[in-house]
Design a protein around this ligand. Structure first.
Ligand code: MN
Length: 479
C-alpha cells in the first residue's frame, strides 16, 4: 500500500485485536522516535518500512507481540536501543523476536561470506525456536522487494537471487502462497527483467483473450450451484508471471499449461465439495487423469482442495479448485492461518502446529543437530529442504516429502529408523526393486523388511540423499 499511515495500521488491527491496539500504537511511536532522521533510499522516512512490514502482518491477523516486533524490527541494527531496554519497555517475547530478526554483527566474523552463512543459519533455525521470526522476515523481505527500484542494480540482482533461493522456498514450505507468488514475480522482475516483461505481456494478452471464457464459466457455475442450493463464492485467477515463466522455460506451450486459468469455488464445508465437483463435471468434461483429491490427502504444506481440469468455455483448459472457506485461508496464508489471537499464546500454538503437521520440520532439526559448520549446514538445507523435492506415497497412502533423487532407503529411514535398519528391498508401484532404487513423484512405495537382516550396507552411504539416513547408517555400522 502506498503512503500507508499509522492510522491505516491501527484500523487494520482494530478489525481483530482491540486489546492489542494501545501496545501497537506505543511500538509505532517508539520506533518512529528511534529512527528519527533516518531515511530510506526512496527518500521517505525510515519508519515507513517497519510500518509496511507490520501492516502486511496485520493482514494475516498477527498477534500483538509480532506486530510490535515488526515495528521495532530494525531498531537493534540501526539505532542505539538495546534488547534489554525493549524487554523492559515491552516484554521478553517482543525483545526476543526483534533480536531474532536482527543480523549477527560483522565484528564476530573474519569474512563477509562467513557472516552471511551464519546469518542464513540464524534465520533458518529460528523456525525451530519461534517461527514468527521467519514470518516477520518474510514480510520484511516482501516490502524490501516491493521497493527494490531504489537500490543499485547490483543490489537488486543480489536480493532477487537470495529471495528465490531462500525466501520463496521458505514461504512455500510454510504454505504462504500469497507472499510466495508476489516474491517470485518481484524476484524475476529484477533478476531477469527481459523475461519478466516478455511474460508479463503474454499474461496481459491471456487476460484479454480469456475475458469471454472466464465470464461465461463464472456465470454458468454460479447458476448451477445456486440451483443446487449450494452457497458459494467464485474467484478466477491467471497463473502468476513467474509460474508461467517456469513452464515456458521447461518447454511447455501456453495452451498446454493446465492451470493457466484457475477457477476457485469456495463452499461452507467438505461435504459440499464433492457434490460441487460432480456438478462441475456435468457441465464441463474433465481432462482425464487430472483429478486430485488434496482434501483426503493434503499436500505436505497442508494445502487442501479438490482439483480437476476441465475443457472449459471456448474449449480452453481451466483448472477448477474446490475447497472450503477455511481451507482457502490455509491455501493463502499457510501456517499463519492458525494464527488466532482468541486462542491465546500464538507462539506455542504455531510451534505445535509446525512440529506436528509439517514434515520439513524434523529434517530441519536433524540437519541443525548434525552440522556444526555453517557452510555445511546451509548446503544441506539447500539440497534437502529448499530445492526440488519428490513426493511419494507409502503403502498406507500417506504422502511423504523427500529431496529430489532420494532412494527407497531414504524413505525407509524417514518412516522409522528400525525400518531402515531392517530393510531388504522395496516394491515401487507393485514392482520389486533394490533398496537403492531412486524414487519419483507419485510412486507408491512399500518397504520390505526382514527381522533376520544383517543391517544396512555401508555402500548405502554413497547413494542416500537425506541427512537422517546417512546419520542412522553410520550409527548402525559403528555398533
Ligand atoms: Mn527491515
Amino acid at each position: 500500500m502506498n503512503n500507508l499511515t499509522v492510522n491505516d495500521l491501527l484500523s487494520k488491527v482494530a478489525e481483530y485485536n482491540i486489546e492489542g491496539l494501545e501496545m501497537v500504537k506505543k511500538a509505532y511511536y517508539y520506533a518512529e522516535e528511534l529512527h528519527k532522521g533516518q531515511k530510506r533510499q526512496s527518500g521517505e522516512d525510515y519508519i515507513t518500512h517497519p510500518l509496511n512490514v507490520a501492516y502486511t502482518l496485520a493482514e494475516m491477523y498477527a498477534d500483538t507481540d509480532t506486530l510490535c516486533a515488526a515495528l521495532l524490527h530494525d531498531t537493534l541494527e540501526d539505532t542505539k536501543i538495546t534488547k534489554e531496554q525493549i524487554a523492559i519497555d515491552f516484554n521478553d517475547d517482543v525483545a526476543n523476536l526483534v533480536d531474532g530478526v536482527t543480523k549477527i554483527s560483522r565484528m564476530n566474523f573474519a569474512t563477509k561470506q562467513e557472516q552471511n552463512l551464519a546469518n542464513t543459519r540464524k534465520i533458518i533455525t529460528s523456525i525451530t525456536n519461534d517461527v514468527r521470526i521467519i514470518i516477520i522476515k518474510l514480510a520484511d523481505r516482501l516490502h524490501n522487494m516491493r521497493t527494490l527500484q531504489f537500490k543499485s542494480e547490483f543490489k537488486q540482482k543480489e536480493n532477487a537471487k537470495e529471495t528465490l533461493l531462500l525466501y520463496v522456498p521458505l514461504a512455500d514450505r510454510l504454505g504462504m502462497h500469497i507472499i510466495k507468488s508476489e516474491l517470485e514475480d518481484l524476484s524475476l522482475k529484477y533478476y531477469n527483467s527481459d523475461a519478466y516483461q516478455r511474460v508479463r505481456d503474454i499474461r496481459m494478452k491471456i487476460d484479454e483473450d480469456t475475458k469471454q471464457c472466464r465470464e461465461e464459466m463464472l456465470q454458468t457455475i454460479n447458476k448451477v450451484l445456486t440451483d443446487a442450493n449450494i452457497p458459494h463464492e467464485l474467484k478466477i485467477r491467471t497463473k502468476n508471471i513467474y509460474g508461467i515463466y517456469k513452464r515456458l522455460e521447461q518447454g511447455q506451450k501456453l495452451s498446454d499449461i493446465h492451470d493457466l486459468l484457475a477457477l476457485k469455488i469456495l463452499v461452507d464445508n467438505v461435504a459440499k465439495c464433492y457434490p460441487t465437483l460432480g456438478l462441475v463435471h456435468e457441465e464441463y468434461f474433465p481432462v482425464n487423469n487430472r483429478f486430485k483429491d488434496y482434501i483426503a490427502n493434503p499436500k505436505t504444506n497442508l494445502y487442501s482442495s479438490l482439483h480437476t481440469t476441465v475443457f472449459g468455455a471456448e474449449g480452453r483448459l481451466v483448472q477448477i479448485q474446490i475447497r472450503t472457506f477455511e481451507k482457502e485461508k490455509i491455501a493463502s496464508y499457510g501456517l499463519t492461518a492458525f494464527w488466532n489471537i482468541n486462542k491465546g499464546n500464538a507462539r506455542n500454538i504455531m510451534q505445535e502446529n509446525l512440529k506436528n503437521k509439517y514434515q520439513f520440520f524434523e529434517s530441519l532439526v536433524e540437519i541443525d543437530q548434525t552440522f556444526a559448520n555453517n557452510q555445511e549446514f546451509v548446503e544441506h538445507i539447500q539440497q534437502e529442504l529448499l530445492s526440488q523435492r519428490v513426493y511419494v506415497y507409502t503403502n498406507k497412502g500417506e504422502i511423504m516429502e523427500l529431496p529430489s533423487g532420494s532412494t527407497a532407503i531414504d524413505l525407509a529411514y524417514k518412516i522409522h529408523t528400525d525400518i531402515g535398519n531392517k530393510m531388504v528391498g522395496a516394491t515401487v508401484n507393485d514392482k520389486l526393486v533394490e533398496c537403492g532404487h531412486t524414487l519419483h513423484n507419485k510412486d507408491r512405495v512399500k518397504i520390505i523388511t526382514d527381522e533376520q537382516s544383517s543391517g544396512p550396507n555401508i555402500g548405502w552411504l554413497d547413494i542416500v540423499k537425506t541427512t537422517k539416513a546417512k546419520r542412522q547408517i553410520k550409527a548402525y555400522v559403528k555398533k
